[in-house]
Design a protein around this ligand. Structure first.
Ligand SMILES: [Zn+2]
Length: 362
């Protein structure tokens, strides 16, 4: 048991250790909002992507009318319910930074949605099922102050999309930022590979080799989607990612959005993901609210017909994604490994004292 002294005159606060590494966590879950509940979020899908956004809403069990108001509240209620009614113990919810230029100024009109750090931090304080991942462009003049502020508030991870947010992770000016993350034990989740859902501003930043500077600074880095391609003509960076895992012991990959389309499970990608050494570096994420369709996995023989039919009809997309991946042969550790990677400091635990309900408190 840890004892944290919060201030010299206050009685010591007893902080119970997070129980084991056994929680089943979906570490890649997006928060979306329209600011209707005071979240500070905004959502501006391009006219071409609007039908896609409506389909996504329907897919996760929301009426497409949520896009015309009340999205803040209805989205969180729905997500919370899905987590509570699934096999998951918790979900890491992601803030979404705005697009900045190289001088750290917001590029007005760029990007299609924004989720402030304060909103995910607040949701995590409210609901123990949620663990907060912040998002900061390291070129921001206040990047380090914002990082420290969010660390004190209990951030467990930092998420960026280098190709969509214009972040060159190898820019030497960001060295101090990565070092501060490494010192504080905050892991980095970085989008790798092509991106279909959001506008891409710097396609070459999708290459996982762009993550070498944070890795060399000692940051634990999780390459989202294991750098697999998204659209048909994207470069396939999965072999680059797989090779990098042999060089960088702190490099991991998430298996999020593997069930949305053929491109992520084509070729021998799933087979290679199920083999050592890549298998030991994988963590489970869904990329909610991105769709979960087992059709390709079934057609490629990764799922049998009965499993596919049973879970494809299941209304809980988080559970469906989890069950598909289990049936495809991802070992148990894939779903719990992230417990060891997330930052659970005493202050993080105080801000977010999540417990498995079945574990008796000491
Ligand atoms: Zn995502």
């Amino acid at each position: 048991m840890l004892v944290a002294h919060m201030s010299s005159d206050a009685p010591p606060t007893v902080v119970r250790p997070i129980p084991g590494d056994a929680r089943i966590i979906d570490m890649h879950v997006h928060i979306v909002g329209d600011g209707s509940g005071g979240s500070g979020c905004w959502l501006r899908p391009s006219p071409a992507r609007l039908p896609f956004a409506a389909l996504m809403a329907r897919h996760v069990g929301l009426s497409p009318t949520v896009l015309r108001g009340q999205l803040d509240r209805l989205y969180v209620e729905r997500l919370l319910r899905l987590v509570r009614e699934s096999s998951l113990d918790a979900a890491v919810i992601l803030a979404q930074e705005q697009v900045h230029d190289d001088q750290g100024r917001v590029i007005e009109g760029a990007g299609s949605f924004h989720v402030p750090n304060d909103y995910v931090l607040k949701l995590a304080r409210q609901y123990p099922e949620f663990l907060p991942a912040i998002s900061i462009h390291p070129a921001r003049p206040d990047a380090l102050e914002e990082l420290d502020r969010c660390l004190a508030e209990g951030a467990v991870m930092l998420k960026i999309l280098p190709n969509c947010q214009n972040i060159d992770c190898c820019d030497r000016r960001y060295t101090r930022f990565w070092e501060r993350m490494a010192e504080s034990g905050l892991p980095l989740l970085a989008h790798t590979g092509g991106e279909l859902t959001l506008p891409v501003v710097r396609p070459k930043f999708a290459d996982p080799q762009r993550l070498t500077l944070p890795l060399e600074c000692g940051v634990t880095v999780i390459a989202a989607h294991c750098a697999t391609k998204s659209a048909l003509f994207d470069p396939q960076y999965f072999p680059v990612f797989a090779k990098m895992t042999r060089v960088y012991p702190r490099l991991y990959g998430d298996i999020s959005a593997f069930h949305v389309q053929n491109n992520r499970i084509r070729g021998d990608i799933v087979t290679r993901c199920l083999e050592a050494p890549v298998r030991e570096r994988l963590v489970h994420g869904s990329d909610f609210p991105v769709g979960v369709f087992g059709h390709w996995a079934w057609l490629k023989g990764h799922l049998d017909w009965r499993t596919f039919r049973r879970w494809q009809r299941h209304p809980n997309v988080l559970e469906r994604d989890y069950q598909f991946k289990r049936a495809m042969g991802f070992p148990d550790e894939t779903f719990t490994r992230v417990n060891r990677l997330l930052r659970f400091s005493p202050s993080a635990m105080k801000a977010n004292p999540y417990r498995r309900p079945e574990v008796p408190l000491p």
